[in-house]
Design a protein around this ligand. Structure first.
Ligand code: SAH
Ligand code: DHB
Ligand code: MG
Length: 221
């Protein structure tokens, strides 16, 4: 099945299931104009994250990897008025674009974007306030996925949902000999999911406008 079919089906489902959304469209447009890579989650994936957050009634969200704030916006829109989303991003230019996008979306009161290497920001965040998050979305540099999962556990309580993006990588995830550090980082993260009795996890392969990839999801006990 060619990628053009996945994209056509994504377009069909997006038309059927996702209302025209000038704010999210303005975000993608601003990202494009600023030269950010188009590696945001797709609209259908963004809505999937939104629905998970809504179903679970989450109040505190941690996102690792902001880019232009597209997934941030989908997630933050599921928060109540007293909710909070902290998103971590290394690239100052991405932070600048994302802050503008979040302001345009009317979400600046709920969303805080912290610039820096996420591993450093996580250490600071934990030292400042170790209160657990209800949902943690890991979507930054994949070689560090094991580091991010470790921090996610420290910032979790019973019932916290951890979602990791891009865990399939065109199917390369099943190749133990892969030379790709992104794949190896994610394989180590799966080893951790597998070995940790506090975590119940699954993963879903996805195809669509973003190609062949997938999400992992875990619940902390
Ligand atoms: N979640 C976004 C996409 C994130 S893309 C969305 O779906 O809309 C991955 C982001 O992680 C990029 O913006 C990249 O700059 C950032 N990143 C890469 N290495 C990082 C690091 N060490 N710390 C924090 N962010 C990092
Ligand atoms: C990459 C990162 C992502 O978060 C994504 O959704 C797709 C690709 C990447 O680093 O290649
Ligand atoms: Mg991603």
């Amino acid at each position: 099945m060619p990628k053009s079919t996945w994209t056509a089906v994504d377009d069909y489902l997006t038309t059927k299931l996702i209302s025209a959304d000038p704010v999210l469209e303005a975000t993608l447009d601003a990202n494009h104009r600023a030269g950010l890579p188009s590696i945001d989650v797709s609209p259908l994936q963004g809505k999937f994250l939104h629905l998970i957050a809504q179903i679970a009634g989450v109040k505190r969200i941690l996102e690792i990897g902001t880019l232009g704030g597209y997934s941030t916006t989908w997630l933050a829109r599921a928060l109540p008025q007293n909710g909070r989303l902290i998103s971590l991003e290394f690239e100052p230019k991405h932070v600048e674009v994302a802050r503008k996008n979040i302001a345009r979306a009317g979400l600046s009161e709920l969303v805080e974007i912290r610039q820096g290497a996420a591993a450093d920001s996580l250490a600071k965040l934990y030292a400042e306030d170790p209160s657990p998050f209800d949902l943690i979305f890991i979507d930054a540099d994949k070689p560090n996925n094991p580091v991010y999962l470790e921090w996610a556990l420290k910032l979790s309580r019973k019932g916290t949902i951890i979602i990791v993006d891009n865990v399939i990588r065109n199917g390369e995830i099943s190749s133990s000999a892969s030379k790709d550090p992104k794949v190896q980082g994610t394989r180590t993260m799966f080893d951790m999911l597998s070995a940790n009795p506090r975590l119940q996890a699954t993963a879903l392969q996805t195809v669509g406008s973003k190609g062949y990839d997938g999400f992992a999801m875990a619940v902390v006990s």
